[in-house]
Design a protein around this ligand. Structure first.
Ligand code: PLP
Length: 388
């Protein structure tokens, strides 16, 4: 927790306004993270993955600092434009787009699009025609599959195609008059293995060579996201990722290193946010001495902690009693849905003195929390966010 977040929460409590869970995000941390990315990968453009946290204050700060933006929808593009960035700093990174949304994006001025099959390239070519835009001005990059090994939140299978197919997709895009621009991949979110980019870059260089043989000059590799934030486990610093990526780029592209972009989400905003929540109930399922305690918080899977699905992301939960003896607990949310359990397969150690009404603090909550919260499931309001 940063001093600014601590001070904010103290003031909120003094005013008696600490009802309900809240996520407080410190913009100073986002600023530092962006600078760290710029230092670690100095020749790489940053496209912030807006989905991680689209708070207007975050977008404005990043726009001011010179960031570009990876968007998943027209709504996200509009938020980025409203934050002061121009359309030439936006990519439409979702491989699953309605054709009419592609037309809207083109009319907004966006010219950079992800595809992972020929039909998606066809949509873009048709949309360019409909929007009255020369297809040659529209850049497409093809996403390739990555197995996500080493990532806590893998993104495998749903997005991307086999590298051999990507060559044909890019050639097809080229034949449709679009600008076949490059290759993208995502090594899986919260990727602990700094070497995870190596295999994907080997595939990317093969695609560059094959396309060159077909007379198509690619120029860009989108290295995706995957840069971790700190939850319970320590993670390598962004400079370690930068070094590993530069080594892999040199290994696979020699002295012809292409233009590169990254799309960090979690790594830019995760550690900037902290959730303050409250213990609603501590109970047991029998009176046996060794029975595990169930700790029910006023936030759960539907209140913003969706990434605890399959217990993938293990948040650091702190309390005012962390000096006391710890005992394993099941941690659950407040709704009347039996899947609203955060940690049960792997019990979570919490202090034995933790009691109803105590506050808990969940670190690393700046990414993939507020926008995951249900609008009113069980009548609970969505997670409030305060940006300081
Ligand atoms: C296309 C794309 N780029 C970037 C990201 C951000 O990934 P991360 O939060 O791991 O940096 C995502 C996350 O889902 C994504 O889908």
């Amino acid at each position: 927790m940063t001093d600014r977040i601590r001070d904010y929460l103290r003031a909120r409590r003094d005013l008696g306004q600490d009802e309900g869970p809240v996520m407080v995000l410190d913009l100073d941390v986002v600023r530092d993270n962006f600078s760290a990315f710029a230092r670690a990968l100095p020749d790489t453009r940053v496209f912030y993955a807006v989905k991680a946290n689209p708070a207007p204050e975050v977008l404005s700060l990043l726009a001011e600092m010179g960031s570009c933006f990876d968007t998943a929808s027209v709504a996200e593009m509009q938020m980025v434009l409203a934050a002061g960035a121009t359309a030439d700093r936006i990519s439409y990174g979702n491989t699953i787009k309605k054709e009419r949304d592609i037309v809207r994006a083109l009319k907004l001025g966006v010219r950079l699009f992800a595809v992972d099959c020929q039909d998606e390239a066809d949509k873009i070519a048709r949309a360019a025609g409909e929007a009255g835009i020369d297809a040659a001005d529209v850049q497409v990059f093809c996403r390739i599959l990555c197995d996500g090994a080493g990532a806590d939140w893998p993104l495998s299978r749903k997005f991307g195609c086999e590298p051999e197919m990507a060559v044909n997709v890019l050639e097809h895009a080229h034949r449709q008059g679009l600008q076949a621009y490059g290759v993208s991949f995502h090594v899986g979110s919260q990727q602990a293995n700094t070497e995870a980019w190596d295999g994907a870059l080997a595939s990317a260089s093969m695609i560059f060579r094959e396309c060159a043989q077909r007379g198509i000059g690619l120029s860009m590799v989108n290295l995706g996201g995957g840069f971790p934030t700190k939850y319970l486990k320590q993670v390598p610093g962004v400079e370690t990722y930068g070094d590993a990526i530069f080594r892999a780029l040199t290994k696979h592209f020699g002295n012809q290193i292409p233009e590169t972009i990254i799309e960090p989400g979690r790594g830019l905003v995760g550690n900037a946010g902290m959730i303050e929540a409250e213990v609603v109930l501590v109970s047991k399922k029998s009176e046996a001495e060794d029975e595990v305690r169930w700790v029910y918080l006023d936030i759960g899977k539907f209140g913003g902690l969706a990434e605890t699905m399959d217990e993938s992301i293990r948040y650091a939960i702190r309390t005012d009693h962390d000096e006391d003896r710890m005992a394993p607990c099941v941690v659950a949310g407040p709704t009347c849905d039996s899947v609203d359990v955060l940690y049960e397969k792997n019990h979570y150690p919490l202090p034995v003195s933790l009691a109803i009404g105590d506050k808990v603090w969940i670190d690393g909550a700046g990414a993939y929390t507020t926008t995951y919260a249900a609008v009113a499931f069980n009548g609970f309001p969505p997670l409030e966010q305060i940006v300081i």
